[in-house]
Each structure stands twice: as structure tokens, then as C-alpha cells.
Design a protein around this ligand. Sequence first.
Ligand SMILES: [Zn+2]
Length: 112
Amino acid sequence: MSARTTARLRRAPTEHTGWCARDHTCGIDTHRARPVVTARGTGRAVMTRTRAGDVDYAEVLIRIPLHRNENTARTQLALLLRLLGELLDTLTTSHLLPGRTRRPALDRRHSA
Ligand SMILES: [Zn+2]
């Protein structure tokens, strides 16, 4: 336990970013923007741009109501998992990098 505390104290503080909220959600080396919310029906998603150390990422909290029927709920969960995978694939692939364009024919051949 004490070793963990010591490690935490060794983190180098980083400056606030231009987009962080500059409030209690910022830590020594972690900065967070104000959360953005989107909602559909009774579901909602909260996205927060975050910088931890020198890495920027999006934190996403999604609340999705599940059907009372267990089989339907499991189907919803399976679909959610598949869609989250597709979302990660879409947002983390190289075609989003500056200077790159999407080439569907090559993408199809590459994934086959
Ligand atoms: Zn900050």
C-alpha cells in the first residue's frame, strides 16, 4: 500500500490544456474537458476528452436500458459489444490520420 502511494507522489505534474475544465476533475497529470452528453430515448452517453500524461483519449460512459426479457437483454448486450468493436475499429484505424484517405477496395481486400 505504501509503495503505491509513493509511486503516485512521483508523477510529474502537467499543465492544463486549452480545452480542460480546470476544475476538480483535473489531477496532477490528468486533465478533463467538460463532459458532453447525447441522449436517445431513455439511453444516454457522456463523453469526456481526457489527457493522461501525454496521451489524449475519449472517456465514454453509456447507459442503455436493457429489456426485461433476459434473452432480449442478452441480444442487446451482444449487439452492443459488436457495435462497440466496430466503433473502435472506425475511430482507431489509420484512414482518419491526416494525409490518408479511405480506400474501400483495399480495405475490403485487407480484411478478407
Ligand atoms: Zn486541467
